[in-house]
Design a protein around this ligand. Sequence first.
Ligand SMILES: [Zn+2]
Length: 101
Amino acid sequence: MKCLICQAASNTVHAAEDWSEIACSAGCGRYRVSANLVAKMKFRNEFFDIERTRRWLKMSRNDDPVPLISTYDYNVSLLHRDTEERSVIAPRRARQSLTSD
Ligand SMILES: [Zn+2]
């Protein structure tokens, strides 16, 4: 499996029902990501902001050596926002579904 953050070749250490644990040797290290979020990103063709996500992981490792990236964290601080104009095109309903979970 590719690293979900930087797309480098990486190992899936463990795949649970709700999350996957990934080890990326290209600089992201070990992290867990919720299955929900992975599905969402694939569906919307979205990406992590690599720098921001790596910084966030570093900070989070103070509390948890293998931080879990949830949909919430992603929406609040880790979404790659280069494609701002897409939100203008996106219908209103799609925006509301962002907050519904
Ligand atoms: Zn990576």
